[in-house]
Design a binder for this molecule. Structure first.
Ligand SMILES: C[S@@+](CC[C@H](N)C(=O)[O-])C[C@H]1O[C@@H](n2cnc3c(N)ncnc32)[C@H](O)[C@@H]1O
Length: 179
């Protein structure tokens, strides 16, 4: 079922003029969404590059001190969305916000990747799970004390995450058809 975005009633957000401009692009060995890893944990050692636009280079100062970084990007090849999806690693419909499915109302993705080195405006990374050419919105340092709390439960993914290393994306989120 296709859903259309509705912003009515979002007092503070209405008229906020959200209009992000990519700060760079993520380069990876993957030309398209099918057949690639579904999370960085399934892409161990897969090398990629983040090319930052030169006007943002000063913002990269001090980043090399971090072994891991958070990439926030636009899943630009996603079309439309459904509020119920059969996510990778499952055959049961789940609410989209309880999944990492790429077809979402705001197709924003995030990946925690290893930062190998910074060379000028290029970040050499490992563990890349996005298509070549994915527009980058932001970079942040990954800090376990901030970002890795001790969790008590992982919902429907309990007992399934072990499969992430073997899983490759099938075509279920390509086009408008919900698989
Ligand atoms: C399940 S999503 C997870 C992305 C991110 N790690 C997250 O949790 O937000 C990863 C899948 O999205 C698809 N994908 C990757 N890059 C994409 C892009 N630029 N546009 C649309 N789909 C993409 C691929 O099928 C990939 O296996």
């Amino acid at each position: 079922m296709e859903e259309q975005g509705q912003t009515a009633g979002l007092d503070g957000a209405e008229g906020a003029g959200i209009n992000y401009v990519p700060i760079g692009v993520i380069r990876s060995p993957y030309p398209g969404p099918k057949g690639m890893p579904i999370q960085p944990s399934g892409a161990g050692g897969v090398a990629g590059t983040v090319e930052i636009q030169p006007e943002y280079q000063d913002g990269l100062q001090d980043l090399e001190g971090f072994s891991h970084i958070i990439l926030i990007y636009c899943l630009h090849l996603s079309e439309g969305y459904s509020l119920k999806v059969k996510p990778f690693l499952d055959d049961v419909e789940r609410g989209v916000f309880a999944t990492r499915a790429p077809r979402r109302p705001n197709p924003i993705g995030l990946s925690v990747v290893r930062l190998v080195r910074v060379v000028g405006c290029s970040l050499e990374i490992e563990g890349v799970d996005v298509v070549d050419g994915t527009p980058l919105l932001d970079v942040k340092p990954f800090v376990p004390q901030f970002d890795a709390p001790q969790v008590e439960r992982i919902g429907w993914l309990a007992g399934k995450v072990e499969g992430v290393n073997r899983a490759a994306a099938d075509g279920r989120f390509q086009g408008h058809q919900q698989g």
